[in-house]
Design a protein around this ligand. Structure first.
Ligand SMILES: *[C@@H]1O[C@H](CO)[C@@H](O)[C@H](O)[C@H]1NC(C)=O
Length: 172
């Protein structure tokens, strides 16, 4: 019956996603579309630092896709192929645009403050691009991420467990 199905789904969510940590945000990869990500940063510390957009490979190694080369006070723009990075120091945000998304773009990404190649500050949530169209597991994955991010899963589990617990200490 539905509550048990929901319970199983939530358990799957928890077991499948607990390894991911809470610092990830899942997004559907929509082929042909553009992806825009905004990463806020600490203006006092990093207004004049270089900023980069990186892909985190499955082995954990990093690939810098685009990196700023200027340290202007108002706007720094860098473009490399389909990757555009705009740094607005006055607003303390980085805006990254990936144009013309492709299947192969699925994966994990991060905005970083690039102090040196060995000294990076990871900003905001990392972004995980997931293939969604017609793919039920990926949809569940994204839905799970959403639920977990909202911190609802444990309260829902708690309610369900309470409801399904047999009344052991009934009337005497
Ligand atoms: C994606 O971005 C490019 C460059 O800014 C723009 O020319 C194009 O119209 C955008 N495509 C979509 C689907 O928004």
């Amino acid at each position: 019956w539905p509550p048990m199905g929901l319970l199983l789904l939530l358990l799957l969510c928890v077991s499948g996603l607990q390894a991911e940590g809470e610092s990830e945000e899942q997004k559907c990869l929509q082929e042909g579309r553009n992806l825009t990500v905004t990463c806020p940063y600490n203006i006092n510390k990093y207004a004049f630092s270089l900023k980069a957009w990186q892909r985190v490979r499955s082995d954990g190694s990093l690939e810098t896709l685009v990196i700023t080369e200027t340290r202007n006070a108002d706007l720094n723009v860098a473009q490399a192929g389909r990757y555009l990075l705009e740094d607005y120091p006055t607003e303390a945000i980085i805006k990254v645009t990936m144009t013309g998304l492709q299947r192969g773009d699925a994966g994990l990404y991060q905005c970083v403050i690039h102090l040196t190649s060995q000294n990076l500050v990871i900003l905001h949530h990392r972004i995980r691009l997931v293939q969604c169209s017609g793919d039920v597991p990926a949809l569940i994955f994204v839905a799970c991420g959403f639920i977990l991010n909202k911190g609802l899963v444990f309260s829902v589990l708690f309610v369900l467990l309470r409801k399904s617990r047999p009344q052991v200490h009934g009337q005497t």
